[in-house]
Design a protein around this ligand. Structure first.
Ligand SMILES: Nc1ncnc2c1ncn2[C@@H]1O[C@H](COP(=O)(O)OP(=O)(O)OP(=O)(O)O)[C@@H](O)[C@H]1O
Length: 473
């Protein structure tokens, strides 16, 4: 029943609003307790005096709050200004990476630590569809052509460290003493150089990983287009795995280059896997390198690898299948079959190219070599049946690695390579799986039993935990 049935006022009350009726009912259930505090007196214009406390207290509280707010804001602004210009994007890092520092001091491979150089800016920011929240931690400094000319002794031939399809790369030293690799792009009528320039600047000034070659800056002075990278003193992986034959005059007196040893190769394989893992799985949206090959793997003074050359990279689509249909470009011998034949590009195309580089590390062979006997021209077709045959496996390894590896490690690397170069893209592993599978063998101190294979690689026929004990060398 209604509450006012039970409530019998002595005289008819003024018509109550429904809310007033409920209030009355509540009042019946919970009798009103007098407040211990003095009741405020309403200034009703009836001549009653207002207690000054009730005016002063809220006003002073408001004033104190305002002062505190302003103080906090001032402290925040001052401390931000006083901090060195290092930006922590996506995780705190106390490393002291400097422009040109070849190795990040961040512990985690996922750490994105970097710096923002003074007075930096990126004129091409925002063209590749990264979300606004994407970290832009590394500033790319803008150089004039004159500055880079000075840095390279007028682009002298003596400073050329390499030449790619898009131009020459010069060793240089920036005004602050930082060593740098300066790539002078050739701008052709197809404007491919311009496109590559924009992609490199846009991507690299936003991405931050110790496994990617860092972009220190760029120059877009009139018709000049130059990219300034961290200098990688040990050059490309290609120059170590497949050194060009030295002319007799140059070779005389110079000691022969030592082939990379097994552990160094595994370290390089792991660094590259982490670089691709970063692009595919830790970047939003995913980035497909599209031209991953051993020329684009550069080595620092400790032979730690970093991936370079993003001029052909594609930012993955947001579509569910993560597939981009595009013009087929890349390097012969590294192209995934589905990409080469249909132009369908996915992160799994990079996984295939990675598998080819892993085969090069394993065998010391180039991806395509028409000088070899028939049946051995294409590395992938020659290697694939051997990778899963224990007898033939040991014979396919680079002779320079003889006696340096345990059979179980070789089997593991072969299994990873075999999965990466699967013809069907969906059978290839994720780069995260590759990283996890390589970690135990790239760190020899870890015991075999504590490092089970990742599910993606488990079904390779001869991989079983019992074989972990079969250490033969
Ligand atoms: N950051 C760097 N530090 C040291 N050397 C470098 C650096 N970048 C490039 N180089 C050298 O310059 C060479 C040419 O590099 P570049 O990226 O122009 O071409 P590429 O990758 O070999 O070929 P392409 O551009 O045709 O794919 C490399 O192989 C390497 O020896």
């Amino acid at each position: 029943m209604m509450a006012d049935d039970a409530f019998s006022p002595p005289s008819p009350p003024p018509a109550p609003s429904p809310l007033a009726a409920e209030d009355l009912a509540d009042a019946r259930l919970a009798p009103w307790q007098p407040s211990p505090w003095p009741a405020p007196r309403r200034n009703d214009g009836g001549g009653g005096r207002v207690n000054p406390l009730f005016t002063i207290l809220p006003v002073s509280a408001l004033a104190i709050g305002l002062v505190l707010l302003v103080a906090v804001a001032v402290i925040l602004v001052v401390t931000r200004r006083a901090r060195p210009r290092k930006v922590d994007a996506g995780g705190s890092c106390n490393g002291d990476d400097k422009p040109g520092a070849p190795t990040s001091s961040c512990g985690s491979h996922n750490a994105r630590c970097g710096y923002a150089a003074a007075g930096v800016g990126c004129i091409y920011a925002g063209r590749l569809g990264f979300s606004a929240a994407a970290p832009r931690s590394r500033g790319a400094q803008v150089f004039t052509y004159r500055e880079l000319e000075r840095a390279t002794d007028g682009f002298s031939e003596a400073n050329v460290v390499g030449r790619g399809a898009s131009g020459a790369v010069f060793r240089g030293r920036l005004a602050d003493g930082t060593p740098a690799a300066i790539k002078r792009l050739r701008l052709d009528h197809r404007r491919q150089g311009e496109r590559e320039f924009r992609i490199e600047v846009d991507l690299l000034s936003r991405m931050e990983s110790p496994y990617l070659v860092g972009l220190l800056g760029y120059c877009a002075d009139q018709s000049h287009r130059l990219l300034v990278f961290e200098f990688m003193p040990n050059g490309s992986l290609r120059s170590h795995l497949h050194p060009p034959p030295r002319p007799a005059t140059a070779a005389g007196g110079l000691p022969p280059r030592q082939p990379l040893d097994w552990q160094t190769r595994l370290g390089i394989a792991l660094d590259c896997a982490r670089a691709l893992e970063f692009l595919h799985e830790h970047s939003t949206p995913a980035v497909i390198h599209r031209d991953f090959n051993c020329s684009n793997v550069l080595l620092d003074h400790n032979y730690r690898a970093r991936v370079s050359d993003f001029g052909m990279a594609k930012v993955g689509s947001n579509k569910a299948d993560g597939q981009v249909v595009t013009r087929v470009i890349g390097t012969t011998g590294y192209l995934a079959p589905e990409y080469a034949s249909t132009g369908k590009l996915t992160t799994k195309s990079d996984v295939y190219s990675y598998g080819v580089v892993l085969l090069e590390l394993l065998t010391g062979r180039v991806p395509v070599d028409t000088q070899r006997p028939p049946g051995q021209h294409v590395l992938v077709s020659w290697a694939l049946p051997r990778l899963t045959d224990r007898q033939k496996l040991a014979q396919m390894v680079d002779p320079a690695l003889k006696g340096q590896f345990a059979l179980k490690d070789l089997i593991q690397v072969a299994a990873i390579a075999a999965m990466c170069i699967q013809t069907k893209a969906e059978y290839r592993p994720l780069m995260t799986d590759v990283v996890q599978s390589l970690i135990p063998i790239a760190k020899p101190s870890m015991s075999c039993s504590s490092t089970p294979l990742r599910p993606a690689l488990e079904h390779v026929i001869f991989m079983s935990s019992s074989q972990c004990a079969n250490k033969t060398s």
